[in-house]
Design a protein around this ligand. Structure first.
Ligand code: F6P
Length: 257
């Protein structure tokens, strides 16, 4: 039965990857958005995939924020950097969420847990374009933005549109627009509908979804039946090499659709 379970799981992972049009999926037991759900299984699996897939030598690893990524950060160990030289950077600016789940914190925690280096990007979440332009020109910010642009590995989360809009304290009229446009999910500051059409993009600095295609390794970590629609729709935007680490809750949602 153990063999069959393993073979069955691998078969399901292939099916899910095929359905989503991406390179690989890893499915862990459980449903992380259920009342008794946990992010630990996703985090452990992410740690293992990183151990197996992270290129040797030097890598600059750009990471997003969120509870899932914060849990992944806590699960990393020095073994990941034992024969590698890693630099962790936040993938985008956005010092708007709780400190514990900001991309800066995730990057610093990943570095701490692996005895690696990190850099921080101190840029608030919602600024007008003129302010952004002058920030770009600041040498300290420009330097980190260049490291982000040069990153070869990206690890990110995926969220539900309205959960994210509320977490970021967006204006009611912006939320109403997202609702009128049938937004279902959010990743990298992009809100998108069921078909993976971007309905809204907030001006932030750092990585854009369009930059991902050129990256050596792109890992998305997101699970839970409640996130199923957001995960499935994001994969219509995602680069083909994306490796999704998810759970049965989300996988069943997608495969039964
Ligand atoms: O805000 C950063 C971010 O990575 C979003 O892009 C994503 O939608 C969200 O966090 C995922 O957060 P969580 O893991 O808490 O669901």
């Amino acid at each position: 039965p153990v063999m069959n379970d393993l073979a069955g799981r691998q078969q399901q992972e292939r099916e899910l990857a095929q359905r989503l049009g991406i390179a690989h999926c890893t499915i862990v037991p459980g449903d992380s958005t259920a009342a008794n759900g946990s992010l630990d299984g996703l985090a452990q699996a992410a740690g293992q995939v990183l151990m197996d897939q992270m290129p040797g030598g030097h890598s600059t690893v750009a990471v997003m924020g969120g509870h899932t990524l914060a849990t992944v950060a806590d699960a990393l160990t020095p073994a990941l950097a034992a024969n590698r030289d890693l630099l962790f950077v936040p993938a985008r600016g956005g010092v708007g969420e709780s400190p514990a789940i900001q991309a800066n914190t995730v990057a610093a925690t990943m570095a701490e847990h692996t005895n690696s280096a990190f850099r921080q990007l101190y840029v608030p979440e919602q600024l007008n374009s003129a302010t952004y332009k002058s920030l770009f020109a600041e040498p300290a910010i420009h330097e980190v933005l260049q490291l982000i642009a040069q990153s070869n590995v990206v690890i990110h989360g995926i969220g539900q549109a309205f959960v994210m809009a509320e977490r970021r304290h967006m204006d009611p009229h912006v939320i109403a627009d997202l609702s009128a446009a049938h937004a279902v999910g959010e990743a990298f500051g992009y809100f998108y509908d069921d078909q993976g059409h971007v309905v809204s993009k907030f001006p932030r600095i750092g990585l854009e979804i369009g930059d991902l295609a050129a990256k050596q390794l792109v890992i998305a970590v997101a699970g839970g039946a409640e996130k199923g629609a957001a995960i499935a729709a994001y994969m219509r935007l995602a680069p083909a090499q994306t490796w999704l680490i998810t759970d049965e809750g989300a996988a069943d949602f997608v495969l039964k659709k």
